[in-house]
Design a protein around this ligand. Structure first.
Ligand code: NAD
Ligand code: WQD
Length: 340
């Protein structure tokens, strides 16, 4: 089976490539490298001992997508390519909607023309918005996320619901990720944010490696056990395996026409202070931090109900919090400046 992986050079995409190649899938990566490096792809080849096809291009370029589907015989698509910085999306809403929504439309149209009918979409826990209580369950009504980034994820889920209705052969899965962290255990690939990291774990590892000073913990007065925000952190390799489970499930369903959403999380909430303590215990690195003002837009606490992915896809997040910390640290300490 040949899988087209858009955004495959990025953080989650590169880890998913390792799983796909290890299991014998052929992969074609399509990425414009706006937030990634071709070195990640070479490292994936080093880890797996397999070659992959890479085409540099933009998901909003319909002509290039048509050429791609004409050149390769694609069986299924995993669509990671997107802009993902929540704060930046409020500054650059049109750019975010163009890449994340229009880009998805271009891809879906190119798939339709080429007769490719299996689609796995990178959605996010952010689609549940502020209104739903945790644990989030897939049957909940989607919320109205305040950021253009979050809104773009809701919009594409909505587009998929309509697209499957008018094409009896089309089937899709939206994977709603919680908070992926960690890295491949080889330390050869990992998360490599541009500039100052927005997300917690890359900030912590950059403090530990000496690239940053103190960690600012955003808010210590939330209504949680220790006053800091609670999230559902999962190992990026567990998340990567969820994509293979999704691709396999789509291929196995002989008569299925529709879209199914799955939460991919551990089902357990962990606070920011617990993350710091876990990192320190797993790596013997001291993280200097101070508690500062809350960050605008942060929800106090959310985590997944991940039973549907277990029952239907036979997928579970298996790796422990300390493995997440050890692997994140191995990647950062071996690559203090990421891929550059
Ligand atoms: P990433 O930025 O590392 O990867 C995204 C990839 O898409 C990058 O390689 C980037 O160069 C590429 N890309 C961006 N715009 C493109 C365009 N116009 N054309 C072609 N390629 C383009 O991000 P990630 O963390 O690996 O996230 C992958 C997907 O998962 C995204 O859709 C993101 O919204 C979603 N997601 C991520 C998280 C998270 O915490 N990392 C959580 C939920 C959902
Ligand atoms: C986790 C916790 C912060 C940095 C975001 C998006 C979400 C998803 C994943 C894509 C929060 C705290 C962070 C720091 C801190 N992306 N924190 N100091 O906010 O749960 O989710 O990324 O879909 O849509 O919103 O993840 O890693 O940014 O933050 O105290 O320097 O760490 O306040 O409580 P978040 P995060």
């Amino acid at each position: 089976m040949t899988v087209l992986v858009t955004g495959g050079a990025g953080y989650i995409g590169s880890h998913t490539l390792v799983c796909l190649l290890d299991l014998g899938y052929e992969v074609v990566v399509y990425d414009n490298l706006v937030n990634s490096s071709v070195k990640a792809l070479r490292r994936v080849e080093e880890i797996t001992g397999k070659n992959l096809e890479f085409v540099e291009g933009d998901v909003t370029d319909s002509g290039a997508l048509d050429d791609l589907f004409a050149k390769y015989s694609i069986d299924a698509v995993i669509h990671f390519a997107a802009l993902k910085a929540v704060g930046e999306s409020s500054q650059l809403p049109l750019q975010y909607y163009e890449t994340n929504v229009y880009g998805s439309l271009c891809l879906l149209n190119a798939m339709k023309k080429a007769g490719v009918n299996h689609f796995v979409y990178s959605s996010s826990a952010t689609v549940y918005g502020e209104v739903n209580p945790s644990p989030y369950v897939e049957t909940m009504e989607l919320g109205s996320p305040s950021s253009p980034y979050g809104a773009s994820k809701v919009m594409v889920e909505r587009i998929l619901a309509d697209a499957v209705r008018v094409n009896p052969k089309f089937r899709a899965i939206s994977l709603r990720y919680f908070n992926p962290i960690g890295a491949h255990p080889s330390g050869l690939i990992g998360e490599d944010p541009l500039g100052v990291p927005n997300n917690l774990l890359p900030f912590i590892t950059q403090v530990a490696v000496g690239v940053r000073g103190n960690l600012s913990v955003f808010g210590g007065d939330y209504p949680t056990a220790d006053g800091t925000c609670v999230r559902d952190y999962l190992h990026v390799m567990d998340l990567a395996e969820g994509h293979v489970a999704a691709i396999d499930w789509l291929a196995e369903q002989s008569n299925f026409n529709g879209v199914e959403a799955f939460n991919l999380g551990t089902g357990t909430g962990v606070s920011v202070l617990e993350i710091i303590a876990s990192f320190e215990a797993a790596t013997c690195q001291k993280i200097n931090f101070e508690i500062v003002e809350r960050r605008a837009g942060d929800l106090p606490a959310f985590w997944a109900n991940a039973e549907k992915a277990d029952k239907v896809l036979n997928w579970q997040a298996k790796r422990s919090l300390s493995e997440m910390m050890e692997d994140a640290w191995r990647w950062q300490s071996k690559n203090p400046n990421g891929f550059s």
